[in-house]
Ligand binder design. Structure first.
Ligand code: SAH
Length: 450
């Protein structure tokens, strides 16, 4: 196969995250977004370790394609799978996870299927939007990055992953700053004022926190904006508006200074009967109802923990640790972000749990200093997985049981290989769809000492 040349390919299977796979002579070809059963004309774009191609034209369609309900689906980078029937989305994610495990030689476990998201639309409790423009120098936009144009933003005031309250805030914000002609921050020139709008809305309590993020390059009075937001009629309840100043050069939401414009700087969410205080910069699962499914699975997989010591590594605000705490002698959590650990300890007090301790720091450093022998270790790392070094310490503790919650099946498989080599067996696996219409999938695995 030659780079730049076009080929007719039949997609025979799917590979994580969201690739269609075709075979051409001796080559395996990966085509982003192509679907099993399709026949496509595709141009080879890469030919290094893997052959990758891009669809030029779909020659034979599949019958499970549907019309994407979102009006900006074609240009927005938020959802990539909205044009696939939801049941089929689940089936494809399931196939991708099982293929990764099979290819890595991991078998002999009980596969418990994929759980669907309780809400297929309007499931997110947090969304981060960026200010920018779609046409260079054009009208102000507020939404998500588009994959079709470099540095361009698509306004997402009709987004279906969030509910009506989010959409009202988004539209009010965009209309207001357009009317005032306020410039967005330009990433290349490092000039401008408006950067991000982060909205959090707790699905159980309805509490809403709005965070407007700007640079310090303008003295702009936000009083008028604040009163517009407090005058919206919400289904939920607006409990806080904050203004974050961020002069950082990179395009991430960071805080140099945070000012409370209205109410308080956190929301309370409920999960499985417990309450959690979520501060603006702490990690919290973005699909509350989906998280309940995920954490229930952790609880189901965990053996009777009476009188046992449980480690909750990569604990965020301590959600999983607290959910299993009522059955445990002691829970010790470790998390990198100090603010999240502070929230975790407060949340445990709030929930009347006196057997939980959360420690701030890097898992691979902190784990060396804990003088307790865990019976059960829960791992819930970010997408890069557990580093081989940190996993070595986990194995050295020699726990009978490990429960691994994964947001990236690729790194899960890598970690499972290391665990397998060290005398652990994977007993059970379940997938949970926390992110409908995107290629992401969560998995929970029960791993035991052989
Ligand atoms: N278990 C939590 C959070 C999971 S997300 C929940 O379910 O809500 C992964 C978490 O790992 C994030 O909070 C992130 O800040 C943290 N993290 C990332 N790298 C880390 C490291 N090296 N050591 C400790 N925590 C880390």
């Amino acid at each position: 196969m030659k780079k730049g040349q076009e080929y007719v390919l039949e997609i025979v299977e799917t590979e994580f995250p969201g690739y269609g796979v075709a075979y051409y002579e001796d080559n395996k070809v990966l085509i982003k977004g192509a679907l099993p059963g399709e026949k496509v004309l595709a141009r080879v774009t890469k030919k290094k370790t893997k052959v990758e191609a891009k669809t030029v034209e779909v020659l034979e369609e599949v019958d499970y394609k549907i019309e994407a309900p979102c009006p900006v689906f074609d240009i927005c980078g938020g959802c990539t799978h909205q044009f696939i029937d939801y049941e089929k989305q689940l089936e494809l994610k399931e196939q991708q996870v099982l293929k990764l495990l099979k290819d890595a030689g991991i078998d002999g476990f009980e596969y418990e299927g994929i759980i669907s998201s309780p809400k297929v639309f309007e499931y997110r409790n947090k969304m981060e939007f960026t200010f920018g423009d779609y046409e260079k120098g054009g009208e102000l936009e507020l939404g998500l990055h588009t994959p079709v144009k470099r540095n361009a933003i698509v306004s997402t005031t009709t987004c279906l992953l969030i509910d009506k309250d989010f959409r009202s805030i988004l539209k009010t914000t965009l209309d207001y700053f357009r009317s005032k002609n306020i410039p967005h921050y330009n990433l290349m020139k490092h000039e401008g004022y408006l950067r991000h709008l982060v909205i959090r809305k707790a699905q159980k309590t309805g509490e809403i926190l709005i965070n407007i993020v700007t640079t310090s390059q303008m003295e702009f009075n936000l009083e008028e904006y604040k009163s517009l937001l407090t005058n919206i009629t919400y289904d939920g309840v607006l409990t806080g508006i904050i203004h974050t100043v961020n002069d950082n050069l990179s395009d991430t939401v960071k805080a140099d200074k945070v000012e409370i414009l209205y109410g308080r700087d956190y929301i309370i969410e409920e999960l499985m009967g417990l309450k959690f205080k979520i501060s603006p910069y702490s990690f919290f699962q973005t699909n509350t109802l989906g998280a309940e499914k995920l954490y229930s699975c952790v609880r189901d997989f965990m053996s009777d923990a009476d009188n046992k010591v449980v480690f909750d590594l990569y604990c965020g605000t301590g959600t999983i640790g607290q959910i299993v705490a009522s059955n445990a002698k002691k829970v010790i959590g470790v998390e990198l972000i100090e603010e999240a650990v502070h929230a975790a300890n407060n949340n445990a007090k709030f929930n009347g749990l006196d057997n939980c301790t959360f420690i701030a720091g890097d898992v691979k450093e902190i784990i060396k200093t804990i003088n307790e022998k865990p019976d059960i270790i829960i791992l819930d790392p970010p997408r890069p997985g557990v580093s081989p070094e940190a996993l070595k310490y986990v194995i050295d503790f020699n726990p009978n049981e490990i429960i691994y919650v994964s947001c990236n099946p690729k790194t899960l498989v890598e970690n499972l290989k290391q665990l397998k080599e060290s005398g652990y067996v994977i007993k059970k696996l379940k997938a949970v769809d926390m992110f409908p219409h995107t290629p992401h999938v969560e998995c929970v695995a029960l791993i035991e000492r052989e």
